[in-house]
Design a protein around this ligand. Structure first.
Ligand SMILES: [Zn+2]
Length: 91
């Protein structure tokens, strides 16, 4: 897959990608590669996929000490995400 696109187009493609309800780890891999190539930060989007198998993150969620632990239903890896309390307190 070789295409000539600019950074803005790449960002648009990434935004579109994460609007989907479901995505495969194959496609996620492509998006991640694209983000790296164009030096785009995935930011909040990082919470949407499993760090290990890159599939859409779904599974048992436990909350502990300011962290949300989500156990991936595909590979069983635990994804730890910090809960930003300030976001809720300041708005
Ligand atoms: Zn996983």
């Amino acid at each position: 897959m070789r295409r000539d696109i600019n950074k803005r187009q790449a960002m648009e493609e990434i935004n579109e990608f994460f609007k989907q309800e479901e995505f495969t780890s194959e496609n996620m891999k492509k998006i991640k590669r694209m983000a790296m190539k164009y030096k785009i930060r995935l930011g909040e989007y990082r919470r949407m996929f499993c760090k290990k198998c890159l599939s859409k993150l779904k599974g048992k969620t436990t909350i502990r000490k300011g962290y949300k632990n989500i156990k991936c239903r595909v590979c069983g890896a635990t994804n730890r995400q910090r809960i930003n309390l300030n976001k809720y307190l300041l708005t």
